[in-house]
Each structure stands twice: as C-alpha cells, then as structure tokens.
Design a protein around this ligand. Sequence first.
Ligand code: NAD
Ligand code: ZN
Length: 360
Amino acid sequence: MFRNFKTVPYVVFGRGAFNQLDAILSEKRKNREGFMVFLMDDVFADKDLRNRIPARTGDLTLWANVDDEPKTDYVDRLTARVRDFSDGLPGGVIGIGGGSAMDLAKAVSLMLTNPGSSADYQGWDLIRHPAVYHVGIPTLAGTGAEASRTTVLCGPDKKLGINSDFTPFDQIILDPELVSGAPADQRFYTGMDCYIHCVESLTGSYLNAFSRSYGQKAMDLCSEVFLDGGEESDDKLMVASYFGGMSIAYSQVGICHALSYGLSFVLGIHHGIGNCLTFDHLAEYYPEGVQEFRRMMTRHGIELPWHRLPAVGEQEIEKMVDVAIILEPLWENALGPDWKEIMTRQKMRDLYRRILAKAA
Ligand code: NAD
Ligand code: ZN
C-alpha cells in the first residue's frame, strides 16, 4: 500500500501575507459560530506583531511560552484555558510562532475535540475526532511544522508526535517578513533543521521521486541561503522549510533526528540545536551533508553551544537510548530493514557518549 497522506489545503505565500489573516478569518466567522483563539509565541508580547493580530471582541489571545519545547501537560493546560473561557468550541485556533507555537496550536485544536490528555495520543493515528479549524503562521523557517501531519510533544515518558490526518493545518500563511526579527543563531539552527530533513530524506531507504523532488529543491534553497545569502533569503528559507516538510511526509527523517529526540527529552535541548550538536558527529553516516553543514557554520560564524550539554551519567544515556530506539521508521529509513543488526543499543550509547564528550 502506498501512503495516502493529508496535506494542508490552503496556502498563502508572500511578504505582507499576514495582513490577509483578517480576511481569511472573516470568511470563517461568517459561516460558523464561535470565537477565535490566537495562540501566539510570547516573544511577540512586546512586539509590533501583537498589534496586527485581527482579534475581535470575544476572541481569546493565549501567550504561549516556549522556553521549554511543547509538553503534553502544557497542551492540556492551554486546552483547559480555552474550555474555561467559553462553553462552546472556538471557530478557529491560530498558531503564530516557530515550530513550538505552531505545534501547540495544532495540539490544542485536536484536544478541544478529543477526550483525555494529549499524552494519550502520542503515536500514530490515535486521534478519533476532527480538530477545530486551525491556522499556522510561522515566524521561523525550517521545522516544516507548517506542512506536517504531526505535532511533536514531550510526554511523561517519551518525545513523540501526535501523528494523524487531523493534525495538519487547514490553512497556512507563509510571510517571510515575519522571520526577519529572529536572532541570527536561532535562524541558523532552525534553518539547519530543514537542511537535515533534506539530507536524511535524500539518503534514506524510503526515498522516491516525490520526496526526492521536494527534498532536492529544499536542499538547493538551503545551500543558496546559507552559503550565498542575498536579499530573498528569508523567502527562500520559508519555501525550503515547506518543501522539506513535504519531502519527509513521503519519506522519513533519520539518525540525527532519532538521537536528537533523546537529547531533547532527557536534557531539554531544543530541536534545532540538538540536531546540530548531533549532526556534527554523524560524518560516518552522512559524509557530504556534514561537510556542507560545517561550511555553512563557518560562513555564519556559528560556534555550536556545547556548553548547553550538562555532564550526564550512564542512567541518562540509557534513557536517551530508550527514547531514540522506539523511533523505528527513522532507523529503518536511515539504515534499511536490517537496522537492528547495524544500530545496536551499544552503538547508540557510543554515539551519545561521543556527542556528550564535549559537555561542560
Ligand atoms: P521554537 O519555536 O522553539 O522557537 C525558538 C526560539 O525562537 C524561541 O525562544 C521563540 O520564542 C523564538 N522566536 C520564534 N520566532 C521568532 C522571531 N520571529 N523573532 C524572535 N524570536 C523568535 O523554534 P523552532 O526551531 O521553529 O521549533 C522547534 C520546535 O518545533 C520543537 O519543539 C520541535 O520539536 C518542533 N518541530 C516540529 C515539527 C513538526 O513537524 N511538527 C518538525 C520539526 C520540529
Ligand atoms: Zn526536525
């Protein structure tokens, strides 16, 4: 059976496209009961973008803190706040921010119509009821969260997404102007998430002409952005992020993502940074990708933040291996159907020890 995957049905792209949000929501307000929930990264609480949110009387703005990557209990608390605000369901949830805020918006829109805790749905196709209408507006480019059928959450015992056909946004607005204020190092780390998606997709055993076409174009755009630079860089990176997301939708990510999830779950290392710290040690598996990644780092004067890794013991490394090893499709994509013979727990431990050797 070939994968029959759901994509985002409506996409707006262009500088200033954020201004179209009001018109898009007005259409929805006409047809449906209910208020709008603007779930916005709190980094914008004192920025001009705050004043551009097309909120009307009766709408709810939730300022989301993403100092920690999204956790299931935070999703549950945000969902409870929407429920406490009104007896009825909202007409829409609009997520504005990087991958973290977008994932929170996806998760809240799902949990408003599905009972229990978001932790109950970490996995594949466990969601039973369609989400509330939800819109994604990235303010960082790279994760592909705007395109994907997952919302990545740290739960009580694992970092795993809620993967379902109800998860993708109903509408996304890709406005490259929104990325312009992002700190240069954060822009780089999130951009590298896209680059690594492409490397892992293009070298994986799940590759096909569909994912290759998106992945190759996204990779070329990343090279242009991070090696040449130039005026249209934010526009190109935003397209690359979306294409990278489309590429992995029909293939998978690989070793870097599996190991990076372990770092993130146990040590709270953010995804983009965790990927970069990990990828730097994977020349054995992705020789060309790692070489180009290092050229991009040099070009941007990036020094990887090894100091963010604390010294850890064997128990923590075992937990990281536990988190990484359950991501079977990622390992199978990277190493083929016999991956368990190639990537033993011992090999994973060794890789983690190498990454953590530079810890503070
Ligand atoms: P992020 O959303 O975690 O944000 C990183 C930092 O940048 C935060 O401090 C945030 O406040 C700040 N920020 C965001 N936009 C800004 C702007 N325009 N100006 C100034 N500061 C800004 O970073 P990210 O790399 O976009 O997302 C990482 C998250 O995405 C992780 O939680 C990861 O698990 C998730 N992810 C999801 C998918 C998916 O398909 N759903 C894919 C990859 C990663
Ligand atoms: Zn990623």
